[in-house]
Design a protein around this ligand. Sequence first.
Ligand code: NAD
Ligand code: LMR
Length: 320
Amino acid sequence: MLSRVLKVAAQQGVKSFSTSQQNNVKVVVCGASGGIGQPLSLLLKNSPLVSELSLYDIVHTPGVAADLSHIDTANADIVIIPAGVPRKPGMTRDDLFNTNASIVRDLAAGCAKACPKALIGIISNPVNSTVPIACETLAKAGVLDPKRVFGVSTLDVVRANAFIGEAAGVDPQQVNLPVIGGHSGVTIMPLLSQCKPAVNFSQDKIKALTERIQEAGTEVVKAKAGAGSATLSMAYAGARFAISLIRAMRGESNIIECAYVRSDVTEAKYFATPLILGKNGIEKNLGYGTLNAFEQELLANALPELKKNIQKGEDFVNKN
Ligand code: NAD
Ligand code: LMR
């Protein structure tokens, strides 16, 4: 059974900058008792931009869909979903599909009923497939707005900034690197040619950094040795993404984040690129700009895997 573990007024005194701003932003976290959910909820609770935070997780009885009606009363503006099992060493993200696909489908069905206009950020893996699952579920319910559904790939950007800052001797907070494609292995494509500030690494170093960014999740899974995958860095990244959604919702301009969304930028139906966020989700997809030869090869390697992952997610909803 899905139950709400906590409903809290977040920080007092949300400040307003203009009368047209949305000041009461309600955020729901589904999977709030988990390794990501707990620190993510803490970070959101600590943000003056969140006026109400509702935290959900499962207890021991069935009836997820029925109990999701609890979310009705929240009528959330933003739903962040870190619900589902994490990897153990030796597993791929796709190995999580059998467990997490139905969790994301049921939560998306709940959102369709309870808060069909919410902006939804999906953290649960495999993101390449769970985002199509959520979109197909919302479409079946007749409420899909693809501009409002996001696969949270912010951790790839955060990692890329950290690793490049370290390698270039630059404050990682000053580094801004687009990471496009999907969120697993070869589908993660950091665009070092577009790094700001520009970096000047050898081709060998670029290849090594690219591979480290692609395999960073596995690096953490191995280091945790059976105790799960990235939680603290994901909570940080998830909070960054949720707060960007809120700032855009409140009318701030030029809020840009990379995320994995429904897209016509490539032949893959879902693809992560930098997005300008607005009051209703994606305001503009900025695409991926000009790729150098190395990055074109990354794209060629990523697309078949990505298309396979997307198809698997869509089939799960439409063929079951
Ligand atoms: P965890 O097992 O610690 O927590 C998951 C939580 O989800 C648990 O508390 C569980 O009770 C809850 N849950 C399960 N089914 C639910 C349902 N139907 N409704 C609500 N809650 C439900 O796992 P974690 O380490 O927090 O990871 C969660 C997911 O996030 C995993 O799938 C993991 O692979 C993924 N992840 C994604 C990224 C990313 O970059 N997108 C990064 C790290 C982890
Ligand atoms: C990550 O990138 O850390 C997550 O996708 C979790 C994982 O399984 O690697």
